[in-house]
Design a protein around this ligand. Structure first.
Ligand code: 5GP
Ligand code: ZN
Length: 140
């Protein structure tokens, strides 16, 4: 069985498991992190299955990076956070848990500690509402 057959993000790309999408194009998909570190935490992934920064094809890396900027701009417009952390993990030792290339965009507020990502499941309605705001900003 191929690596991508069991990969949770490949399943999201194929529509086999649901996600709350922000943006999609030929090479990338952006969606809400289901266990966010802060409200508005969004993931941008390459559609092609590739484990990490060391192995991603340059064209996919560029495509993801351009979308990261666009989605970050939309989050800024929609949610007006004080700051934004953009991060990416390579290998279990670095904290990576899903071995399919992705970039985290985590809105931050002055004086508020950022929680750990991948821990507490967010309220689905809150995720939908944040996603609608980000999508609207992206389209405007
Ligand atoms: P990392 O591998 O960089 O540590 O983080 C993986 C991220 O993927 C975590 O923040 C986790 O909450 C998120 N994640 C894991 N499974 C799913 C899923 O099925 N749907 C969504 N939307 N996010 C997921
Ligand atoms: Zn994958």
């Amino acid at each position: 069985m191929s690596e991508s057959a069991n990969c949770i993000f490949c399943k999201i790309v194929r529509g086999e498991i649901p996600s709350i999408k922000i943006h999609e194009d030929a090479q990338t998909l952006s969606f809400m992190d289901v266990r966010p570190a802060s409200p508005g935490h969004t993931l941008v992934i390459s559609k092609a299955h590739t484990p990490n920064l060391l192995e991603i094809a340059e064209a996919d890396l560029l495509a993801v990076t351009v979308v990261v900027q666009r989605v970050a701009q939309a989050i800024q417009k929609a949610l007006a956070p004080d700051g934004m952390r953009v991060s990416q993990f390579n290998g279990a030792a670095a904290g990576q848990t899903v071995f399919h290339y992705h970039v985290h965009i985590i809105p931050t507020q002055e004086g508020q500690r950022i929680g750990a990502h991948g821990r507490d499941q967010a309220d689905a309605q809150q995720l939908e509402s944040l996603a609608a705001q980000i999508r609207a900003a992206l389209g405007s």
